[in-house]
Write a protein that binds this ligand. Structure first.
Ligand code: SAM
Length: 250
């Protein structure tokens, strides 16, 4: 696990801060132990956790190296996310948010999930791994986004494996402040799904940018980050209730 992570991160051009790889190993141990009594992940082999959860989540850090929107700061373990606020919607067992926090401790992180047991477990993980400036919130994304302090408030929103792109936009884009970005982690075959969300992007004050495809080291797999820039504040009346989001996507 440690070698896969160290080599994979190096291949991705990511310099982990001191102790981060050990923390990821500890996180994996906690995840696989808890997974025996609570449904956290379908992945049960440490090597697969390393590649398909940790290195995949870490790819968000490489996105910033490729875009003019967030030029890479040079040197050390400083990343394009350093000092930024990030909300991870439908974080589940903490992906991608928790991995990003471990790799860049200066990140101000908010994890949101509608399943209370998972959120309680994430709080315990933060304590064990001594992670500060992490809020773990048990909430439905579409409801929390109506609250001041959350609406139009974050530099970055992320989400992986939560909903189809048109629905996901209404769950996530309302959190992003104008000038910020929503990064949806999707398959490289998501082109049609994303095209189906273009009107939602526009209605929510966003604009779609070019996708960023990345290989996951060691697995022969590639995934995609779909980028939506937030141009203007979220219009009144959005997001709607989950029933309406599902029944009539924007
Ligand atoms: N992002 C994690 C990952 O990539 O492993 C978890 C993915 S899991 C398949 C989807 C998660 O989204 C679940 O933990 C679920 O509780 C959460 N979720 C679904 N709809 C949500 C909503 N409207 N608000 C907040 N969380 C939601």
């Amino acid at each position: 696990m440690k070698d896969i992570l160290a080599q994979g991160l190096a291949q991705m051009g990511i310099t982990p801060p001191p102790g981060a790889v050990d923390k990821l190993c500890q996180y994996s141990d906690l995840l696989l132990k808890q997974n025996k009594v609570m449904n956290l992940t379908a992945i049960t082999e440490p090597e697969e956790v390393a590649r398909l959860h940790f290195l995949d989540s870490a790819a968000i850090l490489t996105w910033g190296k490729e875009t003019a929107l967030a030029p890479p700061p040079s040197g050390g373990s400083h990343t394009w996310l350093s000092g930024k606020s990030l909300v991870d919607i439908g974080t589940g067992a903490g992906f991608p948010g928790m991995v990003l926090k471990i790799l860049d401790p200066s990140l101000s992180l908010t994890l949101v999930d509608s399943l209370g047991k998972r959120v309680a477990w994430l709080e315990r993980v933060c304590e064990v791994l001594c992670l500060d400036h992490v809020q773990c919130l048990h909430a439905r994304a579409e409801e929390l986004a109506l609250t001041s302090g959350f609406r139009d408030s974050f530099d970055v929103a992320t989400s992986r494996a939560v909903a189809s792109f048109p629905l996901l936009c209404e769950l996530c884009l309302p959190y992003v402040k104008p000038g910020g970005v929503f990064l949806a982690m999707k398959s490289i075959e998501s082109h049609e799904e994303v095209q189906g969300g273009l009107s939602a992007v526009k209605r929510l004050g966003g604009a779609l940018s070019d996708p960023f495809d990345y290989p996951i080291p060691g697995g022969g797999l590639s995934h995609r980050i779909v980028t939506v820039k937030k141009l203007s504040p979220t219009p009144k009346g959005l997001p709607r209730s989950w029933g309406k989001i599902k029944k009539a996507p924007l």
